[in-house]
Design a binder for this molecule. Structure first.
Ligand code: UDP
Length: 452
């Protein structure tokens, strides 16, 4: 645990109810936050959906309450989760979980009072439920602050998005192409609805907890703290207090560390596109050929089901495994945080989910950015154009894949990125130390909850 955890637990044992959105990238930060607040003396109850339930045996210190929406309509969406379906699933769940969630809270309140509800910002329906029960509600926003700032502009200027001429200078460095990716045309209206509800119900909360720290996102921090009208607590990165491994929904393949130990320093490309992103067969074979031809060492996470139409590695080009031999490894799911901290890792080829981006920044590992949608294009743009610790790789040919790897691992440009990344890593550590911004913000959060 980081230094910020060093203060002794408070004795008052007030109970908090935490409600994570049931996706890996949201469960990890919520359970890390639960651990952080537990260490500060709070009693924790996790309310969770009956699918993607956290592994309770890893958290004997918490109470868990499962709720079910009991509808068969979401069943199919839940079992075929990908980037195109998550949006409609979240919109749908914000309706179907209203009654079960309220009933659960009422029962909990009867057993023992709840001091405060902490819900994922994307569970926007919880605002009305908490209000009706006179329960204070703080939201956890699991993205960057910069993302929410961009989302706020897009939802305000909804009509201007369709205008070909519009360039959005007020969300620089985000480009018009980024906006297209963020909203992705055929899902645009549903996404904007969700974004607007999320922002509106974040502004009407009692406060926002962010998995980021002030020094990383100066401009967005100023804008949000000035304009959102509710207190913001920037206490991240959460994984510096508690690792994400215990909330992993898939089993992490730890054997890979033995292979990594044998590789030279900063030589390996770590490739992972997170827990939801899916790719077509052509894109997958292109990636494989790029990795094979690059002559670089690599560790590639291919999540089962992440290549459409294939269970796992069926779409690999013939002879791929023989061609790469000992130089490459493929696993189903990895202990990512530990891998990024390993000295053999030279670069992270990522989809730029916010957790992955933060985990990479905290280990000083530069990135090759291939974002798909949602907040990923925003994170990727900040990585390449604002923090300048990575390169963008979009729709790349085999040759371009190899070139991007060389740029970061071998060339001078890469060393400069690594230097900048190291500075960010130092800033993270300072922020978590006693007197640092995240340290102070956590103290403020604890006092704030106690004052509610
Ligand atoms: N992760 C992991 N093993 C892997 C790949 C990812 O444990 O092989 C974890 C990673 O450390 C991160 C989370 O899964 O905490 C992914 O969250 P992120 O926001 O990066 O992306 P998402 O999955 O939401 O698209």
């Amino acid at each position: 645990p980081a230094n910020a955890m060093s203060t002794a637990p408070r004795p008052d044992n007030r109970r908090l109810a935490l409600f994570p959105l049931p996706f890996q990238g949201h469960i990890n930060p919520m359970l890390q936050l639960a651990n952080i607040l537990h260490t500060k003396g709070f009693t924790i109850t996790i309310i969770h959906t009956d699918f993607n339930s956290p592994k309770q045996s890893n958290y004997p210190q918490f109470t868990f309450k499962s709720i079910s929406d009991g509808t068969s309509e979401t069943k199919n969406m839940k079992s075929n989760l990908n980037l195109d379906t998550t949006n409609s699933l979240v919109n749908f769940m914000n309706k179907t979980y209203i009654d079960p969630f309220r009933d659960c809270l009422v029962k909990l309140q009867e057993e023992e009072p709840i001091a405060c509800l902490i819900s994922d910002a994307l569970w926007h329906f919880t605002h009305k439920v908490a209000d009706a029960l006179h329960l204070p509600r703080i939201v956890l926003r699991t993205s960057s602050m910069s993302c929410v700032l961009v989302y706020a502009v897009l939802s305000e200027k909804r009509d201007a998005i369709n205008d070909e001429e519009n360039t959005f200078p007020d969300i620089s460095p985000i480009t018009k192409q980024d906006v297209v990716k963020i909203l992705n045309d055929n899902l645009k209206e549903g996404k904007l609805d969700l974004i607007s509800s999320m922002i509106q119900n974040t502004k009407s909360s009692s406060g926002v907890i962010w998995n980021t720290f002030k020094e990383l996102e100066g401009p967005a921090y100023s804008a949000i703290t000035q304009n959102f009208g509710v207190p913001s607590f920037t206490i991240g990165p959460f994984h510096k207090y508690f690792p994400a491994s215990s909330s992993s929904l898939l089993e992490q393949d730890r054997n890979i560390i033995t292979w990594l130990d044998l590789q030279p320093v900063r030589s390996v490309v770590y490739v992972s596109f997170g827990s939801i992103a899916q790719m077509g067969e052509a894109e997958f074979t292109n990636m494989a050929s790029g990795l094979a031809k690059s002559n670089q060492r690599f560790l590639w996470v291919v999540r089962p089901g992440s290549v459409s139409g294939s269970e796992w590695l069926q779409s690999l080009p013939e002879g791929f495994l023989d061609e790469v031999g000992e130089r490459g490894c493929i696993v189903k799911w990895a202990p990512q945080q530990e891998i990024l901290a390993h000295p053999a890792i030279g670069v992270f080829w990522t989809h730029n989910g916010w957790n992955s981006t933060l985990e990479s920044i905290c280990e000083g590992v530069p990135m090759i950015c291939s974002p798909c949608s949602y907040d990923q294009p925003i994170n990727a743009r900040y990585v390449t154009d604002f923090w300048k610790v990575g390169v963008m790789l979009d729709n790349a040919t085999e040759e371009e894949i190899g070139k991007a790897m060389k740029r970061v691992i071998v060339e001078e440009e890469g060393s400069e990125m690594r230097e900048r990344s190291k500075l960010l890593k130092e800033k993270v550590n300072l922020s978590l130390e006693e007197g640092g911004s995240a340290y102070k913000s956590l103290e403020n959060l604890v006092n704030y909850i106690l004052s509610l």
